[in-house]
Each structure stands twice: as structure tokens, then as C-alpha cells.
Design a protein around this ligand. Structure first.
Ligand code: PYC
Length: 321
């Protein structure tokens, strides 16, 4: 006789959430029912979440409750009284910043009545504060953390592909930006794009190419000129965890703009229209803080769901498969 399984009569844990997508990329904002991470900086909150409560990440993103392409955002009180703290995470771990996620958070705060149209709000992230603004129910922007290019002219060899000479840049996460031909970045070439970006990432790791202070370069951004007049450039971004960004990637676009400023191709006040793999766009205005770029990234987000995630202690797959 098989052992009888333990049962839970009702849910043992509940987490409320609001889902949205920003230019195609999903965000799940977690609200009530999350562990109390104490009054701390966003960096400390991220460490506590990862160390003591990683179940929150798995519960909210793993199937059957979530999907691997979604980015989660855990909101909490900021160190400054007028701020929220936000920790972003995905199917593989924790992010520094997330641009599409920030726009999703701002639209969600508007939906919840915690932010009015025209209002600005400070969000503390593990890599520094960003200043968010809600322009309309479905449109928001944020001034990103100071972004910069660390290295240019970095050659990378990938078998079967023309030699690549890329750049290493910071936009809230670390990116390797690899120029490719515009016709390579197409929605019907997702498998090829995934393969190329994964091989570049593998090559970066093999050669010990890293960001500042030895940080892992965990995002690969394939970049090309736009092939129609409505945009300035297009990209495909491979995120840690193996998913691609359906949006034009806010942190990746910040890294790209930092490279263009470093080359003298963009100046303060210029606007760069970045197209992502779905053809959706972010408009990014160049602003400077000293020699660093503090891009203002603007885009649209739409609500897609809201509810309560349930957890039963008796469920052997409660944290996902
Ligand atoms: O928009 O910065 C972004 C982002 C990072 C990972 C997924 N989206």
C-alpha cells in the first residue's frame, strides 16, 4: 500500500500580485503575503530574499503559477520615506535593475491608486535609485542608474559566424553588445539568435571576460541598425536563465546609449528609439551625470492580471517542477 499523502485543506500561504507586460515582456509585481525583509537597503533586501526566501521567486515564476519569461518584482518600503524598494528576479536568480519591469511597476502603482498621472516616484533598486514618472495610465518613464561603457573593441569568435567585435557596458545589468547585420534580428530567427547569443555568453565565460569588479556579464545584446525609419536601432537580448527579452530591454538600451555617447554619436538631449525583437519600442533620452549617462527610458505597459497565488504545504511540487 502506498503511504497516504499529507493533505492541506486550504492554502497555507497566499501572495497577491498584479501582472502586466511592458512592450511585450511580462512583469509580476508581488504585493501582500511576502516575507517581511525588514527595514534595509534594496541590496540587503535582495540578499535576504535570495538567502532565506528564494521560495518566493520559485513560487511566483515557476509553472504552473508563472512562466520562465516573466520578471518578478518584490515591492517594499524604501530607506527614504518617499521611496519604494524593488527587487527584481527571474527564472534563474536576481537582477540588478530591470527597465521593462520598472515601467510595469509604475503602471501597476498607478492602477493600485498609489501613484497619480504626472507624479514622480523614487524606486530604490539593489544597484541604485531610479526616478520613475507615470505619464498616462499605460505610459511611464524612469531615469536609470548611471550607465557607461567599460570596454570597446572586444573580439569574440563564434564558430560559423563572422568575427564579432563587441563592447562591454553597464546599464543596471552587465551587457556584452555584439553588432550583427539588421537582417539577422528577425522574429522568425529566434532559434539562431538564441544559439548565437548563448555561444557568445559561453565564450565570454571561457575567456574570463567580466564587468567591473569581476562581475559576470550575464546579458548578451545583439544590436543592429534599424531597417525602417521609425526606429534608430534594434536588438535581441538574451537574459540570464536563457529567455530572451520580448521588450527592447530598458537596461540593455541604457547600455547601448552609453556606448553611442562614448563614441560621440549621441549627445545630451538626443532621443534614441530602440526597437526590440517584437517590433515594440522604448524612447530613450540622453541625460548626463558627470561622465556617466543617466538615460530616461520611456515605454508602455498594460495590465494583464491580478489575483492571489496559493501555496499548499502538502503539494510536493509547490515550488515548481
Ligand atoms: O528591461 O532591463 C530590462 C530587462 C532586463 C531583463 C529583462 N528585461
Amino acid at each position: 500500500m502506498p503511504e497516504p499523502r499529507p493533505t492541506s485543506r486550504g492554502p497555507d500561504r497566499r501572495i497577491s500580485y498584479v501582472d502586466s507586460h511592458t512592450e511585450g515582456e511580462p512583469t509580476r509585481v508581488l504585493l501582500d503575503g511576502v516575507p517581511d525583509l525588514g527595514p534595509a537597503s534594496a541590496l540587503d533586501r535582495r540578499e535576504r530574499l535570495a538567502r532565506d526566501h528564494d521560495w518566493v521567486r520559485r513560487l511566483s515564476l515557476a509553472p504552473p503559477r508563472g512562466s520562465p519569461e516573466t520578471v518578478g518584482a518584490l515591492l517594499g518600503p524604501g530607506v527614504r520615506e518617499d521611496a519604494h524598494s524593488v527587487v527584481f528576479f527571474n527564472n534563474a536568480g536576481y537582477l540588478g535593475m530591470c527597465g521593462h519591469g520598472t515601467i510595469g511597476v509604475l503602471v501597476t502603482l498607478g492602477h493600485l491608486g498609489r501613484m497619480s498621472i504626472g507624479e514622480s516616484h523614487r524606486l530604490e533598486t539593489p544597484v541604485g535609485p531610479v526616478e520613475g514618472r507615470l505619464h498616462a495610465a499605460n505610459e511611464a518613464s524612469f531615469r536609470n542608474v548611471p550607465s557607461y561603457r567599460l570596454r570597446s573593441n572586444v573580439p569574440v569568435e563564434v564558430p560559423g559566424h563572422a568575427p564579432i567585435v563587441g563592447e562591454i557596458a553597464w546599464g543596471g545589468n552587465w551587457f556584452f553588445l555584439a553588432p550583427v547585420e539588421p537582417e539577422e534580428i528577425r522574429r522568425d530567427r529566434l532559434d539562431e539568435l538564441h544559439r548565437l547569443a548563448s555561444e557568445i555568453r559561453h565564450e565570454l565565460a571561457r575567456r574570463g571576460l567580466r564587468g567591473e569588479n569581476g562581475a559576470e556579464i550575464d546579458h548578451v545584446e545583439l544590436v543592429a541598425d534599424a531597417d525602417h525609419p521609425g526606429a534608430d536601432g534594434k536588438n535581441y537580448v538574451l537574459c540570464p536563465g536563457g529567455e530572451f527579452d520580448r521588450s527592447p530591454c530598458g537596461t540593455g538600451t541604457s547600455a547601448k546609449v552609453a556606448c553611442l555617447v562614448a563614441d560621440g554619436r549621441l549627445r545630451p538631449g538626443d532621443v534614441w528609439r530602440q526597437e526590440g525583437i517584437l517590433g515594440t519600442q522604448f524612447a530613450v533620452e540622453v541625460q548626463m551625470e558627470g561622465d556617466r549617462v543617466t538615460p530616461i527610458v520611456r515605454g508602455h505597459a498594460y495590465l494583464t492580471g491580478e489575483g492571489t497565488l496559493l501555496w499548499q504545504d502538502a503539494d510536493p511540487l509547490r515550488e515548481g517542477p
